[in-house]
Design a protein around this ligand. Structure first.
Ligand code: ASP
Ligand code: MG
Length: 415
């Protein structure tokens, strides 16, 4: 017998038929002899609608009341899911986040989970009941409803799995797993059977929308085994049909030879900023990036050019496109102290990344990337690396070409 948390996203509970379909998955898991807890999102579109109503009444609003309104989406689906299971003869009960309770801090609209009391919930599970828990929310120290930020129900599910010491957390969504790259761009993209936490974290933060980044962090910290799978697959309870996100050791232990590169990601969410002719002397980088950090603007890739005359240089970096205007404003404000020629920006860029834990032990991965892009005549504007990732910034119109070429070059194309 295993303990499993099943989470169903918005499209998987989008209407009564889909809720019944999800309930059948739950029932199948119960019939396999497992103890099951379920976490649900709001019906697809419901949260957007609630947010719209809040903004209609009060464009600038009290976040505690925002939370009271938007948390209701999941409160509808917990009740409906419990009813669907009862109709199928499965003992089930919905739990409000305050009944469990799921304790969070009081940062309304972006709360963090502090603790989940699993006493009563675990007892219900041991008694053969399936508890249905609302994703995306909790209760503050003052007893008010809080929400975790959009997409937060993945994080709820992983947190619950960690608290329950669950053997697995299955995240049901509308795709059947994590792919080597976006299948809309590369037809021969393959579903990955097993991926490490580290790789998934890079993929999530580099633009793969399958799992919320925070939920992957949480899973990695608490070693929660996560499976991503589709609720629209007909097979009931087949063994691990999706992508398993696990520890590198677990993958190694199975004797599976991992490819050096696991996936190719891209994002068009960044903008490039160049500060020209700043003094080439100690303290300049700190003077540029200090005010950006103070403004909470996340700088990602950075290059500093060689200075031609030994006195001044250009510094180029990327920021989220949504923060570009603020970043420019920030730099212009510090112009008097900093002294530079100009701030130039470019939004016509894409970040393309290759990811794989195999890079730690294999040389030449970066070279293969640069050669592949050169062969296609694609110019690299900025480079950044981590231990398991190489990212390059290229002109946006080359995104698809770059992703396809790299997918082939690293041997990821499906046969
Ligand atoms: N319903 C919430 C949202 O749409 C949380 C979630 O679905 O993960 O953001
Ligand atoms: Mg989601």
């Amino acid at each position: 017998m295993a303990r499993i948390v099943l989470k169903f996203g918005g499209t998987s509970v989008g209407d009564p038929d889909r809720i019944r379909n999800a309930a059948r998955k739950v029932k199948a898991e119960v019939e396999r002899g497992n103890q099951v807890a379920v976490v649900v999102s709001a019906m697809s579109g419901a949260t957007n609608q609630l947010v719209k109503w809040v903004n209609d009444i009060a464009p600038i609003h009290d976040p505690a009341e925002y939370d009271m309104v938007v948390a209701t989406g999941e409160q509808v689906t917990i009740g409906l899911m419990a009813l669907a299971l009862q109709q199928m003869g499965v003992k089930s009960r919905s739990w409000g986040s305050w009944q469990i309770p799921i304790r969070t801090d009081d940062a309304h609209a972006k709360a963090r989970i502090l603790a989940i009391d699993t006493g009563p919930l675990g007892a219900a599970m041991s008694g053969g009941e399936v508890p249905i828990v609302p994703g995306f929310q909790g209760v503050s120290p003052g007893g008010r409803v809080t929400t975790l930020g959009r997409g937060g129900s993945d994080t709820s599910a992983v947190a619950l799995a960690a608290a329950l010491g669950a053997d697995r957390c299955d995240i049901y969504t509308d795709v059947d797993g994590v792919y080597t790259t976006d299948p809309r761009i590369v037809e021969r993209a393959r579903k990955i059977d097993r991926v490490t936490y580290e790789e998934m974290l890079e993929m999530a933060s580099l633009g793969s929308k399958v799992l919320q980044t925070r939920s992957v962090e949480l899973a990695m910290n608490h070693r929660v085994r996560v499976q991503v799978l589709s609720s629209f697959d007909a097979a009931l309870g087949s063994d691990l049909p999706g992508t398993l996100v696990v520890d590198e050791d677990e993958i190694m232990a199975q004797g599976i030879e991992k490819s050096v590169v696991s996936g190719i990601a891209y994002s068009k969410d960044d903008a490039k900023v160049t500060v020209t002719r700043v003094a080439d002397q100690p303290g300049v980088a700190a003077a540029i990036f200090g005010p950006l950090a103070d403004a909470n603007i996340n700088v990602d890739m950075i290059v500093q050019n060689v200075s031609l005359d030994g006195s001044s240089t250009d510094i180029t970096f990327t920021v989220p496109r949504t923060d570009l205007a603020r970043a420019i404003q920030c730099l212009e404000k510090s112009k008097a102290d900093l002294r530079f020629d100009a701030v130039k920006s470019d939004t016509n860029v894409a970040k393309v990344s290759v990811i794989g834990v195999g890079m730690r032990s294999h040389a030449g991965v970066a070279l293969a990337m640069f050669r592949t892009l050169a062969d296609k005549g694609i110019n690299i504007q900025v480079i950044s690396t981590s231990e398991i990732k190489i990212s390059v910034l290229v002109a946006a119109e080359y995104t698809e070409l770059a992703v396809r070429a790299l997918h082939s070059a690293y041997g990821l194309d499906a046969a």
